[in-house]
Design a protein around this ligand. Structure first.
Ligand code: TRP
Length: 445
């Protein structure tokens, strides 16, 4: 069967669309808030450069060389023990697990798009009430919008790489950039903009502990869509003459810039209109709407636009979280795309319903263990464990398992002198860092 290939721009937008997601606009600002700003941002940027960059090139290379679904690519590229290495491709399951809560959050965003035009809460207290009421009692609302997200995502994935994923990214990504740029420009005119710059760039090391460190590393993986085969699956459809390094540079650049721009903009609004930074996962759902209220009618417009941009970011990432396993069932089990898309969709949709319940009064008590509910557990295990583990496997696979000559023949012409640095980083820096992260998680250091 002939695979439809991305166009050049189509690939960059789709890969950037995967990377730029709720992680950039929702999660990055709130974890930056929790861990005190500048120092955390610095660790994150450092991880992106030192580890994220190398792993993304490695992941793209596996897809590019393998040209198949993740499992088959691992299997065919491994010179021996291919039966074991193919499990590297099952990291795609992590994507479906991420989707179980990702789709729920996209649902909240849809709900906010629908309500923000006529109503914004007039104080932080009220905003908190609105959000927690939805979270703890609004089962039907959340279920309804989760269903909308499921239908939308499944529809696009079913249309395939070219007619679905590329097409959606070609429209939604530029729209997102335009919306965020416009709001960012407005933010730069406010007095508190410089305060936001200070918060995000002046390091305050007092809030940095090992937890902050692990969160920063996990987030670097999450935000760049690394470690589960999304980038790998997309790059199986790269044009033959594609330059992996240039593509990686674009994706890392767009992802990082959009996270920083979103962060600066949000903190400016929060300083200017009251609420201050550290508010946790409710940041964009609680503090921000209250800040928008203070802006008057412009606030209503901004609120709707902001949530539309956030939904776009989420949807373009979602399709990349589902596609690896869809591709697997098409390639390996001979399923039709329709059957594969609907089955994978139902998988995250149905578990997603339990994830919603894990926040609902009367149910959450049964879905909480060790202080974390199902929602938090899935978020934590995927971002902090499965993704770094996947990244580790990919780094070792390219660094030690695939024949160095083959890797070098593709990558040396693109990386030039930096080839040796990259290869060294894959072999030693990435594995050691991932090892430290894991030891830390197990409470050993
Ligand atoms: N990068 C996306 C975000 O920041 C999430 C995401 C999409 C993802 N695809 C992925 C994370 C693959 C890990 C792996 O929201």
């Amino acid at each position: 069967m002939k695979i439809a290939r991305f166009s050049r721009l189509g690939f960059i937008l789709a890969a950037a669309g995967s990377a730029v997601g709720l992680g950039n606009i929702w999660k990055f600002p709130y974890i930056t808030g929790i861990y005190g700003g500048g120092a955390f941002v610095l660790i994150y940027l450092f991880t992106v450069l030192l580890i994220g960059f190398s792993v993304m090139i490695a992941e793209m290379l596996i897809g590019y060389m393998g040209r198949k679904d993740g499992v088959t690519s691992f299997e065919e590229l491994a010179p021996k023990h291919s039966g074991m290495w193919k499990f590297g491709g099952f990291q795609g399951l992590a994507g479906l697990f991420i989707m179980t809560f990702y789709s729920v959050v996209i649902g909240w965003i849809f709900h906010y798009i629908a309500t923000s035009i006529f109503y914004l809460p007039s104080s932080a207290k009220e905003a908190e009430n609105v959000f927690t009421t939805m979270l703890h009692t609004g089962f039907t609302t959340q279920l309804f919008y989760h269903t909308v997200a499921f239908v939308w995502i499944t529809y696009v994935v079913n249309k395939g790489i070219k007619g679905g994923i590329e097409k959606m990214n070609m429209i939604l990504m530029p729209s997102l950039v335009i919306i965020l740029s416009a709001m960012f420009v407005y933010a730069t005119t406010l007095d508190t903009f410089s305060k936001a710059v200070d918060f995000m760039f002046l390091p305050d090391w007092s809030k940095i502990n090992s937890e902050a460190f692990v969160t920063a590393v996990g987030h670097a993986f999450f935000t760049l869509s690394l470690g589960m085969g999304a980038i790998m699956t997309y790059s199986a459809s790269l044009p033959k003459d594609a330059n992996i390094v240039k593509n990686t540079l674009w994706v890392v650049f767009l992802d990082t810039t959009i996270a920083i721009v979103a962060g600066l903009m949000l903190f400016t609004f929060l300083y200017q209109y009251g609420a201050g930074p550290a508010k946790g996962p409710g940041l964009v759902f609680i503090s921000l709407p209250a800040a928008f209220y203070e802006m008057g009618v412009l606030g209503n417009i901004f609120a709707v636009l902001f949530f539309i941009a956030l939904a776009f970011a989420g949807l373009t990432s979602s399709v990349s979280l589902v596609e690896p396993m869809v591709q697997y069932f098409i390639d390996r089990s001979g399923w039709s795309r329709l059957k594969a898309s609907v089955s994978m969709g139902l998988f995250f949709y149905l578990i997603g319903i339990i994830v919603i319940l894990s926040n609902i009064d009367g149910y959450k008590e049964f879905l909480t263990w060790g202080g974390k509910n199902l929602f938090d557990w899935i978020d934590f295990t995927t971002a902090a464990i499965m993704l770094p583990f996947g990244g580790l496997i990919m780094a070792i696979f390219v660094g030690f398992v695939i024949d160095k000559k083959k890797v070098e023949s593709i990558m040396r012409p693109q990386l030039k002198f930096a080839f040796d640095i990259w290869y060294f980083s894959l072999r030693y820096i990435v594995p050691v860092s991932m090892f430290v992260v894991m030891l830390n998680l197990m409470g050993i250091i």
